[in-house]
Design a protein around this ligand. Structure first.
Ligand code: BES
Ligand code: ZN
Ligand code: MG
Length: 523
């Protein structure tokens, strides 16, 4: 049981205020070696008079003899959705208490927005509270499950992530744990989902001179080495790629001095070793300069994140293995740089993919589809129950949907439904896009080869012609291509992610795999 505190002066501050007027004691006095506590509060429904705490909030308020309610009410009681207020000195064990706004208790699934708003609200509120604690340099924080321990853990772990590995001055480490003893399993699950996404963010944010194809494979080998013996990692070299006759992938890789890698991961979690696997494929261009069709230099640094497809699918497998999901998953990641050296692809060059189809490379900056063509051919050798590829494939995807949702091009309504259901839960949304014959016609007309790597009307429907190109390498009945170029990075659209590479939609991929592992009818 928690100790009751003698009455103390309570210091309160709204986070939106930048100055410290009204403080008689510096917050640091309370912080040394002490814990912080984050508690949720709902927005009042009109007819209700009093504040609506979460059950953890109620418990805490009882322990402090109603003082939290008292102070909140006296100060106007409003804690808006996603905003925080800090109270100092309420309880000896928790010198700093952040009250975070959860919005309406009745929110639930919002069918217009295609996501679970309650879960999003919890993620946003908890992440804001955790960051506030981090700014106050409080090292240990207990978190109210806010009615959804998984979402709370996701908010905490995602909200605190920052890539500062290469800086001397780093953000203070904050350890978070669940307040109260319930729902620990859901909390742990949320932490693993978020750590999966953070691994993808880490890989995407890392500069291209640090995160080469070789290094990418090493990081994954190291991460997967920790999760158990039922994971095998094959780091295929250039010689293997040549033997496989992956001429399209190789044509991109040879434009760089950095050797390519074809990373192949096998996670065998199903009790039935022979069960058909889910196959994930991810575009792994560790830097995309555009090649001879060179990109403009402004903003080119963001192309270190052009391995986001590989990062998200591989990170999802790391989490699937950590969760011990009863499913077999194979991850395939063609990794290379797209650079303009003397051996680089030239516009008009014709290359041959693994399945024998020839491709006229009219634009060397449409390289992702060349890597994926070969990887998709290879993916067909595993009798997959579904093939899902992710790629930061086209700027046109960003033009179409921005960062609201990942574009999904699929030949399977069964697969679409499962991806969409998963994304409503995770809040990392997907939106279905067309695979019309209309677009296929535009890539199957080529002066010199079977296919052209850009659409006939180059800019129009660019995300759709890219998807139509990939479809030329697919015969499997359940395939989905996720164009994640629009969701690659975050400015401030997703409030529980800081600015930078987003690692989206890793959690949706994990949730999708988790649901598939329970759905035995799908085998
Ligand atoms: N990596 C880019 C796509 C991209 C753009 C990802 C912005 C993330 C943010 C891709 O390789 C590319 O350059 N695509 C071209 C295709 C075009 C030449 C048909 C594009 O989108 O302009
Ligand atoms: Zn690219
Ligand atoms: Mg490109």
């Amino acid at each position: 049981m928690m100790m009751l505190l003698p009455l103390r002066t309570v210091l309160q501050r709204s986070v939106s205020r930048s100055c410290c007027r009204g403080f008689s004691v510096s917050p640091q006095t309370y912080n040394s070696g002490k814990k912080g506590l984050i508690l949720g509060v709902y927005e009042k429904d009109k007819e209700e008079e009093s504040l609506v705490f979460t059950s953890a909030g109620d418990t805490f308020d009882n322990v402090v003899s109603g003082k939290l309610r008292d102070h909140l009410t006296r100060s106007g009681s409003l804690v808006k959705k996603g905003k925080t207020r800090i109270f100092y000195g309420l309880h000896e064990d928790f010198p700093s208490v952040a009250v975070v706004g959860l919005g309406k208790k009745s929110a639930g699934v919002n069918h217009d927005e295609h996501w679970n708003e309650s879960k999003e609200n919890v993620r946003t509120a908890v992440s804001a509270g955790c960051r506030q604690m981090q700014d106050l340099e409080i090292a240990h924080v207990e978190v109210d499950p806010c009615g959804d321990a998984q979402a709370a853990a996701e908010g905490a772990v995602l909200g605190l992530f920052e890539y500062d590995e290469l800086k001397k001055k780093k953000k203070k480490v904050v350890s978070t744990q669940l307040y109260g003893s319930h729902d620990n399993e859901a909390w742990q699950k949320g932490a693993l989902y978020a750590e999966g996404q953070n691994l993808a963010r880490y890989l995407m944010e890392a500069p291209a001179n640090h995160l080469t194809p070789t290094k990418f494979a090493e990081v994954l080998e190291q991460k997967l080495g920790k999760v158990g013996s039922n994971v095998k990692v094959f780091t295929r070299s250039k010689t293997w790629i040549e033997e496989q006759q992956m001429g399209a992938f190789l044509s991109v890789a040879k434009g760089s001095d950095e050797p390519p890698v074809f990373l192949e991961i096998h996670y065998s979690g199903s009790p039935n070793a022979k069960e058909s696997p889910l196959v994930f494929v991810g575009k792994g261009v560790t830097f995309d300069s555009g090649g001879i069709s060179l990109k403009p230099s402004s903003g080119m640094d963001a192309m270190r994140g052009d391995m986001g497809g590989a990062a998200t699918v591989c990170s999802a497998i790391v989490t699937a293995a950590a969760l011990k999901l009863p499913i077999n998953i194979i991850g395939l990641a063609p990794l290379c740089e797209n650079m303009p050296n003397g051996r680089a692809n030239k516009p008009g060059d014709v290359v041959k993919a693994r399945n024998g189809k020839t491709i006229q490379v009219d634009n060397t900056d449409a390289e992702g589809r060349l890597l994926l063509a070969d990887a998709l051919c290879y993916a067909h050798g595993f009798n997959a129950k579904a093939i899902v590829n992710a790629a930061t494939l086209t700027g046109a995807m960003d033009v179409a949907l921005g960062s609201a949702a990942t574009g999904v091009f699929t030949n399977s309504s069964w697969l679409w439904t499962r991806l969409q259901e998963a994304s409503i839960v995770t809040g990392d949304r997907v939106w279905r896009m067309p695979l019309f014959e209309h677009y296929s016609k535009q890539v199957t007309e080529s002066a010199l080869a079977d296919l052209n790597n850009i659409g006939k009307y180059s800019r129009s429907g660019g995300a759709c012609t890219a998807a139509a190109f990939l479809k030329e390498f697919v015969t499997a009945p359940h395939w989905a291509h996720l164009d994640i170029a629009g969701v690659m990075s975050n400015k401030d659209e997703v409030p529980y992610l800081r600015k930078g590479m987003s690692g989206r939609p890793t959690r949706t991929l994990i949730e999708f795999a988790a649901r598939l592992s329970k759905d035995k009818s799908s085998t």
